[in-house]
Ligand binder design. Structure first.
Ligand SMILES: [Zn+2]
Length: 120
């Protein structure tokens, strides 16, 4: 859906100008993310879930969160973030493993809680 200027400003203020997911302050390049994805066909661009393309389903998101979440459900994205922490980053990043050996980096094993879940 195309937002009006006032809808976009209202959405940006939904969490006091912060990303709904990570809580960072939104810059001028923030995105209106569909909490429940619209899922577009890769060839035609036609939405597979057009019922999700409504204002009430939009969340203000920083570009990093919007790009990382893509069309995942919130629970799938939560699982992916935990997988980065528990498996992928320690396995695939030799610099992180080296920093861990020196006790300079540690991962916090706590549930992944999105900013909007903390402030509601
Ligand atoms: Zn974010």
């Amino acid at each position: 859906m195309k937002l009006t200027k006032s809808q976009r400003e209202e959405l940006k203020r939904k969490f006091d100008g912060r990303c709904a997911y990570c809580g960072d302050d939104l810059t001028d390049k923030w995105h209106a993310d569909h909490l429940e994805a619209v899922v577009r066909d890769l060839v035609t661009g036609k939405p597979e879930k057009p019922e999700n393309d409504v204002y009430e389903n939009l969340m203000p998101a920083c570009t990093a969160c919007n790009h990382n979440k893509r069309s995942m459900s919130l629970e799938s994205w939560r699982d992916l973030l935990a997988h980065y922490r528990d498996v992928q980053v320690p396995r695939d990043c030799s610099q992180i493993r080296h920093l861990m050996r020196f006790g300079l980096v540690e991962f916090i094993k706590k549930p992944v809680v999105f900013y909007f879940e903390q402030v509601k």
